[in-house]
Design a protein around this ligand. Structure first.
Ligand code: R5P
Length: 291
């Protein structure tokens, strides 16, 4: 059985349909004091998959722990987590004395509570293997959205340039470009604060070109906005954005539009008005009969 959560119910139902599993939505009540009461279906099978993306994660993480423990109390012997967006993966070291290494803490927490964890395009940097970040070996599964993003772009655009805004985006840009048969280039980014970003474009001729900025995650949108402005300055005919995880906090979308971005597309990893690329098929293919 697949158990979804209210804010991610549509994606949970689509995944359950694609995987041929029954789907129920966990009832979540938030008390005035901020605590949560969860109610799961009282009769659970031996294998239960929880489906919840972990954007804006702090309340969701606690609720996931409640749900996983309760699923076991109700008879589930095996509990799998499908979290298309996996939180806290970027802080993989202490950059200053005393800083929490959030990736390690959250990774261990998930490994202790779940038999298998499935995610999409996790933002791993110095740690290259998800099985290190979530220490449950091959039961930590990192899927790629590149094939579905490539199919999506190939069905809409003719010979755009795919541009990654920073060196970290290179694997995503190159994978999508290779699958779609498009040209790829990568810019350089200097970040001096949460919203302070400078972008230096590569030497590629952009005049008159359709450019798609590609990244794994857009948070404030500042990275992509600065890249878009540079592309417009260099004569790009149109600039679009595609990301796996569209967090788009605050006024990120307006910020991108103001920077000259035309279309913004994201997968449905995080529920957002820009969702255009469903992940149900990718996720369903990774579920096993025992999940
Ligand atoms: C960082 O390396 C990521 O790939 C993204 O470029 C970054 O998280 C985007 O953040 P923001 O939208 O806040 O600039």
């Amino acid at each position: 059985m697949l158990l979804g959560f209210p804010e991610y119910a549509a994606q949970a139902r689509a995944l359950a349909a694609a995987a041929g599993m029954p789907c129920r939505i966990v009832d979540v009540h938030r008390f005035p004091d901020g605590e949560s009461r969860l109610t799961l279906p009282p009769a659970l099978p031996a294998a239960v998959t929880l489906c919840r993306s972990l954007d804006r994660p702090n309340d969701k993480l606690v609720e996931l722990l409640l749900a996983a423990a309760t699923a076991r109390d109700l008879g589930a012997a095996r509990v799998t987590l499908v979290a298309p967006y996996l939180c806290y993966m970027r802080q993989d070291m202490a950059f200053a004395p005393g800083e929490a290494v959030s990736q390690r803490v959250v990774g261990r927490l998930l490994a202790e509570r779940f038999d298998r964890v499935i995610t999409v395009d996790p933002h791993l940097h110095r740690v290259s293997d998800l099985g290190v970040a979530i220490p449950c070996g091959s039961n930590a599964v990192a899927l790629s959205a590149a094939p579905v993003i490539a199919r999506f772009l190939a069905s809409r655009l003719h010979a755009p340039l795919l541009l990654g805004p920073d060196s970290e985006s290179r694997p995503w840009v190159e994978a999508i470009a290779a699958a779609a048969g498009f040209e790829a280039a990568v810019a350089a980014k200097t970040r001096t604060g949460d919203r302070q970003v400078a972008i230096e474009l590569p030497g590629t001729d952009l005049s008159g070109r359709e450019v798609v900025l590609v990244d794994d995650v857009a948070s404030t949108g500042c990275t992509l906005a600065r890249a878009a402005e540079k592309c417009v300055e260099r004569g790009a005919a149109r600039v679009h954005v595609v990301v796996t995880h569209g967090l788009f906090v605050g006024d990120a979308v307006d910020h991108l539009k103001d920077a000259g971005v035309d279309r913004i597309w994201s997968t449905d990893s995080v529920t957002h008005e820009t969702n255009a690329i469903p992940l149900a098929g990718v996720l369903a293919a990774a579920l096993e009969p025992r999940d």
